[in-house]
Design a protein around this ligand. Structure first.
Ligand SMILES: [Zn+2]
Ligand SMILES: [Zn+2]
Length: 429
């Protein structure tokens, strides 16, 4: 599934493919992205030497407001919409600082979030959940206890699902869903959400005062709604489900700010390559509605989760082994088999998503713990005023590849025909 999640932000030099021009999730998504002001959600460096402007082909780009010499720091961000460590690496990657040491198993193991490289990382992780569930009126678990209960519930569901039906060897199949099918599914899931939450409220009468109930229309749940959601015919992908869970918990903790950050990113209307993949995703949404603690289940929103899936395809950054031979951690997803360059997980860092691609990038990047740092490339002349700041999605490989090879990779993995200055110049020769 690695090719589903691009390692890089929104493709730079073409308009997105046909699916993205649909009305989902909001016809103004593209327009909003072109006029956004990130200052409200930013932890930019104090002097921000650039601004966000619309580009002819690729939505928003990052442009300098002054000449910048080599090595100028540009952005340091650890704001995450959502992230996950892949199942295969859960015992080897610190759940807080994302440290990885050639497959060594980290010592601090408070199941279920995974492992931590030190007690300090565990403490930071626990602290990060402060505020989760605080606004709920009925006393229940809060903060890290609520996060742990949510993760344990999902792990239990996944263990049950694995016992019931072994996972298919290959990706679910079928044609790519149409926008109408995706819209229909979203509506169905919205209705199911109402039914499931009402059924749960009946089962747990003492919880009737919860705020989430007031947001639901009156509706009688069909019989067995919960049982069906607990026993889907298609099993969710565990990695996808855990990514969704992380997004739900982050949203429950951060509220409207999380929604606003998601809304500013451009995504695909139909994030699934096959119908089977779409139904597996839907099964994951249904499972979250049934198994999550009541204090966070209100944050499960099918439309927003679909938008996140679309955004993730274009905006996710791969979490890789930064200690490997690829010092900048810049390898693309396409060569995940490359020696020593383990693909450990992925996340969406909204602020990092605005740098477009160039085959002659003027911005370097590297992951530092839970965050990313960007700077004007150390070699060369720096960047002039009004120039676009671009990273490379090709992770350094752009240096040695011919224009046809670069364009082929970018087309295959990010779906656009590269029209950067270097490609245009080389193609003319
Ligand atoms: Zn750590
Ligand atoms: Zn190019």
């Amino acid at each position: 599934m690695t090719d589903l999640f691009s390692d890089q932000p929104t493709p730079s030099t073409s308009t997105p493919t046909s699916t993205s021009t649909s009305t989902f999730p909001s016809p103004t998504l593209q327009a909003k992205a072109a006029t956004l002001d990130l200052s409200s959600l930013s932890i930019y460096l104090p002097l921000k030497p650039y601004t966000l402007l619309p580009t002819p082909h690729s939505g928003t780009g990052v442009f300098t407001t002054a000449p910048l010499p080599p090595s100028t720091p540009l952005l340091s961000t650890s704001s995450l919409l959502a992230s996950t460590i892949l199942r295969a690496h859960r015992r080897e990657v610190c759940a807080w600082c994302l440290a990885y040491d050639l497959g060594r198993i980290w010592p601090v193991r408070p199941h279920p979030p995974g492992v931590f490289c030190t007690e300090a990382c565990r403490a930071a992780w626990e602290e990060s959940w402060t505020g989760l569930g605080e606004e709920e009126e009925v006393k229940g678990p809060r903060g890290k206890d609520l996060a742990l209960a949510s993760m344990a519930a999902v792990d239990t569901f996944l263990a049950r699902a694995a016992r019931r039906a072994p996972e298919p060897e290959s990706q679910p199949t079928g044609p790519r869903p149409t926008v109408e099918q995706a819209d229909d599914l979203t509506s169905t899931l919205d209705a199911r959400r109402t039914h499931i939450l009402r059924a749960r409220a009946r089962a747990e009468k003492w919880q009737r005062d919860y705020a989430v109930l007031r947001t639901l229309p009156e509706a009688a749940p069909p019989r067995n709604t919960l049982a069906q959601a607990l026993n889907p015919t298609t099993s969710p992908d565990p990695d996808v489900l855990r990514f969704m869970l992380n997004s739900v918990l982050n949203r429950a903790r951060e509220g409207a700010a999380w929604d606003a950050a998601l809304e500013r990113l451009v995504g695909e209307a139909v994030p699934w390559r096959t119908e089977g993949e779409m139904h597996a995703w839907a099964a994951g949404v249904g499972a979250l509605l049934v198994v999550l603690p009541w204090e966070v289940v209100g944050a499960v929103d099918p439309g927003l989760l679909r938008r996140l899936a679309g955004v993730e395809n274009w905006n996710a950054f791969g979490v890789r082994d930064v200690g490997s031979g690829f010092g900048e951690g810049e390898k693309g997803v396409y060569d995940a088999g490359g020696g020593g360059d383990e693909y450990l997980g992925y996340g969406v860092w909204p602020e990092a998503s605005y740098f477009n691609h160039s085959c002659a990038p003027n911005v370097g990047k590297r992951r530092v713990g839970r965050g990313w740092e960007f700077w004007v490339k150390d070699e060369g002349r720096g960047v002039g005023e009004g120039e676009e700041l671009c990273i490379s999605y090709l992770g350094g490989d752009e240096k040695g590849l011919r224009v046809e090879e670069r364009r082929e990779r970018l087309k295959q993995f990010w779906g656009f025909e590269c029209a950067c200055a270097r490609c245009v110049a080389e193609a003319r020769k």
